[in-house]
Design a protein around this ligand. Structure first.
Ligand SMILES: *Cc1c(COP(=O)(O)O)cnc(C)c1O
Length: 388
């Protein structure tokens, strides 16, 4: 069955007792045992819970994995994955990376003896030179947040396999609708489901998908032991949001493509980072491994003084952190999402004070372009007035 149909039908044929088309919220932590040594399959909600199970089964299938685990946030999912590693283990990680992932590795995991080296994961030379005898896994984001660097997933997974390493892919920005890393050889996929999967800026959630029986069993133990699991209400909201994922991603992509093309020629803009643009260095790899593009891109204004007035003048577009929802949001990574990454690293990769990130929503593209144009014009005028 095609992915659009599987998405729309999440949970719709699972409640055989009542026939409910919308799978219910089972707000119960305890489950009655029929007799000693017998179970309905549900014992205690941290281990397994009906509404969460429907979501997890759907996600495992969508990502072509063997098991999925719903967590209380994307960070909770990453923490659960990192708990797979032991003191003394080393990870190779994408250089341009979600700020929270960097913070978790450097502020928390480092204290437990798990270390990381940050490299351009598209360069086999860089991967090879950062390989240590205690390296256990490669963690990649593609495209990266916020600079939209694209990594060739197949190239990394085959290199990782040859060196006995696991590959973990953060697939938040593309979702299984456009990209399925496990089909390209990855072992673990992680999502901040708070973003496109939930899609409505109203639920915080994370997902882990695993390939292979032993890895899936180990992740189940970690998920249950750590207990950063997703509750029934949020599991329902997430599954409900996912039913429209296909429609939303198509609109996010078409809006973002039109707006990115508009900004490329705008006098206030110096660069636009979006893999759908032919000039983007990752354009061909992106087309090879994904069937579409995400709805976020970043851009650099010509003058850092434009930033404050742009964020003050946008009306339809909200100045807010997060991405992937139906409402358009704009953020300033250097002081928000990526503030915990040291200045030298941020500047080396290009997350500087002229960079803005735009999560394009599903509003009408003409309204979004009009809002951006008036904010940019107001910014140019304000900076000119300071000069005169
Ligand atoms: C937001 C985000 C995370 C963290 O997820 P939360 O749900 O906010 O905890 C991880 N990776 C990426 C790429 C993200 O955008």
């Amino acid at each position: 069955m095609k992915i659009e149909s599987r998405l729309a039908q999440i949970g719709s044929q699972k409640d055989t007792v009542t026939g409910a088309v919308s799978f219910p919220i089972y707000q119960s932590t305890a489950f009655r045992h029929p007799a000693l040594g017998e179970s309905t399959g549900f014992d205690y909600a941290r281990t397994k819970s009906p509404t969460r199970s429907v979501l997890e089964e759907a996600v495992a299938q969508l990502e072509s994995g063997d098991a999925a685990f719903a967590c209380s946030s994307g960070m909770a999912a990453l923490q659960t994955i990192f708990a797979y590693f032991s003191s003394g283990d080393h990870l190779i990680v994408s250089l341009d990376l979600y700020g929270g992932t960097y913070r978790l590795l450097e502020r928390v995991m480092s204290r437990f003896g798990v270390t990381a080296t940050y490299v351009d994961t598209n360069s086999l030379d860089d991967l090879q030179s950062s390989l240590l005898t205690n390296t256990k896994a490669v963690l990649i984001e593609t495209p990266t947040n916020p600079l939209m660097m694209v990594t060739d997933i197949e190239k990394v997974t085959s290199w990782a396999k040859a060196n006995g390493l696991l590959t973990i892919v953060d697939n938040t920005l593309l979702t299984p609708y456009y990209q399925r890393p496990i089909e390209l050889g990855a072992d673990i996929v992680i999502h901040s489901a708070t973003k496109y999967l939930g899609g409505h800026n109203d639920v915080l959630a994370g997902l882990i998908v695993t390939k292979g029986e032993s890895l899936s069993q180990e992740m189940a133990i970690l998920h249950n032991s750590i207990g950063a699991v997703l509750g029934p209400q949020d599991s329902f909201l997430l599954a409900r949001g996912m039913k429209t994922l296909a429609l939303r991603m198509e609109r996010h992509q078409s809006n973002a493509t039109a707006i990115a093309n508009h900004l490329v020629t705008h006098p206030a803009i110096s660069e636009v980072f979006y893999p759908a643009l032919k000039a983007h260095p990752g354009h061909d790899i992106q087309n090879k491994q994904a069937s579409g593009n995400t709805g976020i891109f970043s851009f650099k204004v010509k003058d850092a003084r434009y930033v404050a007035p742009i964020l003050r003048h946008v009306k339809l577009i909200a100045f807010a952190e997060s991405l992937g929802g139906v409402e358009s949001l704009m953020t300033y990574p250097a002081v928000q999402t990526h503030a915990d990454i040291p200045l030298e690293i941020r500047q080396a990769i290009g997350v500087d004070d002229r960079l803005l990130r735009f999560s394009v929503g599903i509003e009408h593209v003409d309204d979004l372009i009009a809002d951006l144009d008036q904010a940019l014009a107001a910014a140019i005028e304000e900076v000119q007035n300071i000069h005169s």
